[in-house]
Ligand binder design. Structure first.
Ligand code: ATP
Ligand code: MG
Length: 224
């Protein structure tokens, strides 16, 4: 088991809407787990995602049920109901601070490149990097050359001076935490795509785990 110097576990937190969780999420999470030597990786569905306040989102119970089905049998994958239990708009800074206070683990906050590009719109974003390591996963459409050289302009201007280049794809924050840019297998799947295929009456097999597909069909999700 990978422990940090203080004997804590290495724990990944993968937040999102997960409406529904799909194979792009799962495979990317698996690769991050492996690359960073995580002991556990928590999928954490947001109660109300701040950037999706005006879009209809499936109920928490359904999104959660699908995550549980998707990760069943996976040794390191977990599901956290932290944000759902707390309710209201889910802000990552609050979640990370609380999660760290309660567990004391070495945290790796996992997000996709598309989400990272909007990080300057997140609540208290400069502080996020003091609380947790970050793993930024590539998402389909990314230039694979993104790791080859120092590229501090990945970071919002206001916080650029807080980072220094360490080595290929790794930046060190002044807090000592790191940001890892990690290429993952490009599975060009999104939850929007799964919902779109359902609306069009087409198959979603192999876009989501079989048990998730069965749940979606059984409950008639995303047909409207
Ligand atoms: P939607 O299309 O509804 O926005 P999504 O597929 O982007 O859904 P989210 O729940 O919004 O899924 O994403 C949660 C996190 O997972 C985000 O950080 C996003 O960048 C990342 N992510 C989603 N799909 C992939 C994928 N195929 N590969 C890598 N990362 C992904
Ligand atoms: Mg998204």
């Amino acid at each position: 088991m990978a422990m940090d110097r203080s004997g804590n576990k290495r724990v990944g937190l993968f937040g999102g809407t997960f409406d529904p969780i799909h194979c792009g999420h799962l495979r990317a999470a698996e690769e991050v787990c492996q690359a960073r030597g995580l002991d556990e990786l928590f999928f954490m569905p947001a109660a109300i995602p701040p950037h999706k306040r005006d879009v209809p989102v499936s109920s928490a119970a359904r999104r959660l049920a699908m995550i549980k089905l998707a990760i069943r049998g996976h040794a390191r994958f977990r599901c956290s109901t932290y944000e759902l239990d707390k309710g209201g708009t889910s802000y990552s800074i609050d979640t990370l601070v609380d999660f760290r206070r309660e567990n004391g683990h070495e945290l790796y906050f996992i997000i996709g490149w598309d989400a990272f590009c909007e990080i300057s719109t997140w609540k208290d974003y400069p502080r996020l990097f003091s609380v947790s390591h970050f793993v930024v996963m590539s998402r389909s459409g990314m230039d694979p050359g993104w790791l080859d050289q120092e590229q501090l302009d990945f970071f919002p201007v206001a916080i650029r001076a807080d980072f220094c280049y360490e080595n290929k794809g790794v930046y060190r924050h002044r807090s000592g935490n790191r940001v890892y840019f990690q290429p993952v297998t490009r599975l060009d799947i999104s939850s929007s795509m799964v919902r779109r295929e359902r609306r069009a009456g087409r198959s979603i097999t192999c876009l989501v785990a079989d048990a998730v597909r069965d749940y979606i069909v059984e409950h008639g999700l995303y047909r409207g």
